[in-house]
Ligand binder design. Sequence first.
Ligand code: ATP
Ligand code: MG
Length: 367
Amino acid sequence: MIVRSMELTGFRNYTSLKTGFASGTNVIYGENAQGKTNLLEAIGYLSSAHSHRARYDRELIQFNQDSALLKAELFSRNRTFLLEAKLIRGGRRQLFSNGVRLKTTAELSGVLNTVLFCPEDLYLIREGAAARRRFLDDCISQLRPRYAAALGEYKRLYEHKTRILRDWEEKKSLLDTLDEFNFRMAQTGALLIHYRAHFIRRLRETAPPVHWDFSGGREHLELSYQTVSTIPHPEAQPKELLPLLLEHQASHRRAELESRSCLSGPHKDDLAVSLNGISAKTYGSQGQTRTAALSLKLASREIFYQDTGEYPVLLLDDVLSELDARRQAFVLNRISGGQVFITCCEEERLEQLTGGKTFHIQNGALI
Ligand code: ATP
Ligand code: MG
């Protein structure tokens, strides 16, 4: 997958930008707060209709503007695509592929996939489980539209059930609907667990060799999927998982009512990472956990490649400066083959390392 060119109008600090890109490495450099991350964010947005750092689309629209337009010409699946996203202040966002309005955001992932690595991701292993679930959800959603739909449904059900559990004492009639919500959550949850288990099985094949190389042949990485305790084999078919989830819910019913929160289900899942048999989250050093985080992301890129026959576009935001020279060299070697966007502040160092095309960004413009 290659982003050949891009046009931004009224997006963040880009009033109007039009530029082509190299099919290999693109180095985006400039001082702080000039728009480097904004550019990566725009590319990421076209793959998922979602920004990694904005909660609402309106944050992406330039101050004092009513709309933003993102356009990209892509080469994907041996074809050329024109993807467009129109963000409207106070209105619904619109997505187009070759001029045809898309009905769901999932359709974007059939055209453009991205793997983003930003400075916060360096803490992927150390953070709470939510960060690792986000990593899994993001990867699987791009690969399996059905998963993205189930995840959206599960979140809606979860919010609804949370409201029931929060308010039931004041309004007892709410409990009448609890069983139905439990059942639907278990059904959707079973699907999520099934997909997560399969994705983690593949990560288990791809991530250890990446990390082995990355650590200079010193560290063996292991992954395990931690889900609802009544489930011994998460890879089983969703219909086999359903009764096990219902059983777990039933045994936690009282505790949920008492704590007024939703305790049972895959919204508590985690991906446990160990290095040489020891929990990375609990015992890993800073360097080890950062390296392992990058290994997971690079491994997910391999999985996309195996699945689609094309490398997803890799977006590396400010990451290389955080790594030592050996690890930088490893990353730059490992990512050859697909299109990459790297942002950095120090131009010379990266230029000599990558030999890619460079873009100097200043105040929302190319100079
Ligand atoms: P750093 O090196 O510090 O990471 P950067 O080049 O990656 O910097 P960006 O995060 O891309 O910087 O851009 C930040 C700039 O964009 C800020 O100055 C911010 O004020 C501006 N900005 C963010 N959102 C908007 C918006 N909606 N409208 C206009 N400007 C915006
Ligand atoms: Mg930045």
